[in-house]
Design a binder for this molecule. Structure first.
Ligand code: ADP
Ligand code: MG
Length: 678
């Protein structure tokens, strides 16, 4: 058994498995397994002094112990001390409890006091056998995050074992003095074993200097590992794809418009990246409709100029298809060979497409991310474009980065990354921002309309469509059930066909056969359909400039980013565009706040900022199980200043003391070094 323990002391095999569930695999992990909260068990309260609502500890002798059946099966105790009687109830209990609580035995009970039916009581208090002479703990008692079957007492003992030796500091004392942070050993002990007079408030609010030290350490480790990933990427070799200005210039000359200066700036950042001998990892962010696609097209052409292939990936079939139909003809007019690979193709078609790609008979491939989950080979892939990157999540971003040979990567997102996230989880990326929309856009007018006035909205849709325009009707979102969502879409479609008999109406939703979906989209694109009834599948990227009216039903159910993306489907042509947000009163406070933001602002960055405030950063990152080391102690909102300090110190640490950096990352990330490896 001794050999099997990865700890410096023996641990039972069953306990090892439970510890592993908590991510604890070595002494250092135990040391960093910090309490959720603390309880003050240093004092005893006489029963007669107990107050309902307060948490207290009593020492009392069992007078009676029995199983009661009303209102349900439970274990009830009557206990007393010199001055009073207290009731105790356990709703979940084992037969062993009955044996344990023998009348006459003395225990300590710690819990919240309630005014019960028959006087004061505690429900499910923590308890331990203790006589009058059992010493009280000298410090606060930590309560740890745990997992089923792993008792607090066991965890406490294990942590205490791990803490028997003094803990080495990873950072030199001179740095700590400069940073005005306490030592590691002292900080850890202050949290695991706070003295009785510790400021519980500071501990609980995590403003205690010990917490600050740990948050700083964690952020520093993250910054160091990001810097390492960045440095590793710079050492990686890839084929440089320098600007030949042949295809790109041709493409620009053929565009019916000139690039905006924001687009030009972004392109001038991307083009030299492609020419470098290490793989590009660049995020191109820009609001919905800011014109990211042409910039990505230029990047593809620069790869092709160098006789390398480019892959253009989108998160949905509709979007991938749209890129293919828009860009492929323009590319092919210049002699660039394009292919389209999709899950909807017949197997034989897809196999033929892959064969052409593998044989080098294709320059640019369009498709969804399924493209990369297949075993297909590229002839010489030079660039991957990932559109609407935010839809892929951090996890998938990593998976792509780790996929074999390293081509250059351009990721695009309409959801701007708030600064703190950019500095932490996305710090391994370079970022270009398109911060202005192309000229001549008429801003979208947003109207909030109660569902009670749906008829007026219908009239408006009819008028707009009979006047040569087109419109979207976005179905209510039913997140709980895909089946219900489908039903709702079909019902909405049927109802609208009844109510607007003089319009050509189409329906598109996520469950349709891809071929049918494409047919409907093509009909809408060409103007054959007046009105497109859609689920949120049209949320990303769809571009039909003649559609200038959008109705969103049950807008109160949707998130801000989603509403902004949806609204971005209109306002793409010269027509005055309107987005009608139909809502069903009464509105919850959050829904009201969201609708207010979307009503007042059309600026994606401002909306994202408000969104972050309403939702917190966790949700923006999405995927908790992404494989990225999540921050346990630092909070990106609360600790912005600390994050900036950590970033500066990470640079200094790497240049002045690489040994410190290595030691620090080892302690904090140990086995979980997903980032440094990528
Ligand atoms: P997004 O950034 O949301 O992906 P798109 O690339 O789809 O936006 O561009 C939105 C629309 O703007 C497209 O119809 C595109 O042709 C057009 N567009 C892009 N750049 C310009 C420009 N510089 N001037 C005028 N229109 C442009
Ligand atoms: Mg786009």
């Amino acid at each position: 058994m001794k050999a099997a323990s990865p700890f410096s002391f023996p641990v039972a095999p069953g306990t090892l498995a439970k510890l592993a569930k908590l991510g604890i695999q070595r002494d250092a992990d135990l040391v960093l397994h910090l309490p959720l909260r603390w309880e003050d068990e240093t004092r005893l309260t006489p029963i007669r002094d107990l107050l309902p609502g307060a948490t207290a500890q009593v020492q009392a002798v069992v007078r009676e112990c029995k199983v009661a059946y009303r209102p349900r099966r439970m274990l009830t105790l009557t206990v007393e001390d010199a001055g009073g009687v207290l009731g105790i109830r356990f709703i979940n209990f084992y037969p062993s409890h009955l044996k344990l609580f023998q009348p006459g035995e003395s225990f300590r009970f710690m819990g919240e006091v309630r005014g019960g039916f028959l006087g004061l009581e505690m429900v499910h208090p923590r308890f331990s056998k203790a006589g009058d002479d059992t010493p009280l703990p000298s410090g606060l008692t930590p309560v740890y995050p745990t997992t089923a079957g792993l008792a607090q007492a066991t965890l406490r003992k294990l942590v205490a074992r791990a803490l028997t030796q003094p803990l080495e500091d990873t950072l030199p004392q001179a740095w700590l003095d400069e940073l005005a942070l306490p030592g590691f050993d002292a900080s850890i002990r202050a949290l695991h074993q706070p003295p009785t007079d510790a400021a519980l408030g500071e501990l609980d609010r995590r403003t205690h200097p010990a917490w600050q030290r740990l948050a700083f350490d964690e952020l520093l480790a993250q910054q160091l590992s990001l810097a390492a990933a960045r440095a590793a990427r710079r050492r990686q070799r890839t084929t440089p794809l320098p600007a030949a200005q042949r295809l790109t210039t041709d493409f620009l000359a053929r565009l019916p418009f000139a690039l905006t200066s924001a687009q030009t700036r972004a392109w001038h950042e991307i083009s030299p990246d492609l020419a470098a001998a290490h793989p590009m990892r660049r995020l191109l962010q820009g609001d919905v409709g800011s014109g990211k696609t042409v910039v990505a097209a230029l990047a593809c052409l620069q790869a092709v100029e160098n006789n390398h292939q480019a892959a253009f990936m989108a998160p949905t079939e509709i979007l991938a298809e749209q890129h293919a139909t828009k860009l492929a003809p323009q590319f092919e007019a210049m002699g660039v060979r394009c292919a389209w690979i999709s899950g909807s193709q017949r197997k034989s078609q897809r196999a033929a497409a892959w064969q052409a790609v593998a044989g080098g008979a294709v320059d640019v491939v369009f498709g969804t991310h399924a493209l990369f989950q297949e075993a297909g080979q590229f002839h010489n892939l030079g660039l991957v474009v990932v559109d609407e990157q935010h839809r892929f999540g951090v996890g998938q971003r990593l998976a792509l980065m780790q996929k074999g040979r390293e081509p250059h990567q351009l990721m695009m997102s309409a959801t701007p990354i708030p600064r703190t996230l950019a500095m932490s989880f996305f710090a391994d990326l370079d970022v270009s921002t398109i911060d202005a929309l192309p000229p001549g856009r008429t801003p979208v007018v947003t109207k909030l309309v109660s569902a009670a006035r749906r008829d007026e909205v219908l009239d408006r849709v009819r008028e707009a469509c009979l006047d040569g325009g087109q419109a979207y009707w976005v179905c209510p979102l039913i997140e709980e059930s895909e089946k219900l969502q489908l039903q709702t879409a079909e019902d909405t479609y049927a109802t609208l066909r009844d109510q607007l008999p003089d319009l050509n109406i189409g329906l598109v939703h996520g469950r349709m056969k891809p071929a049918d979906k494409q047919a409907v989209m093509a009909a809408f694109q060409s103007g054959t359909l007046h009105l497109l009834v859609a689920t949120t599948v049209i949320e990303v990227g769809v571009d039909v400039p003649n559609a200038a009216l959008m109705v969103i039903e049950h807008a109160e159910r949707m998130g801000l980013a989603q509403l902004h993306q949806l609204r971005g489907r209109v306002g793409r042509g010269s027509r005055e565009s309107v987005c009608v947000l139909l809502y069903q009163p009464p509105l919850s406070e959050l829904a009201r706040a969201r609708l207010k933001v979307i009503y007042e602002s059309t600026d994606g960055f401002e909306i994202a900022r408000q969104d972050l405030q309403l939702r917190g950063p966790g949700e923006l990152l999405g995927h908790r199980q992404s494989g990225l080391p999540m921050l346990r102690f630092a909070d990106l909102e609360r600790d912005v200043a600390l994050l900036e300090t950590a970033r500066d110190w990470a640079r200094r640490c790497l240049s002045e003391a690489p040994d410190v950096a290595a030691r620090h990352v080892e302690r904090w990330l140990g086995t979980r070094q997903a980032l440094a490896d990528s």
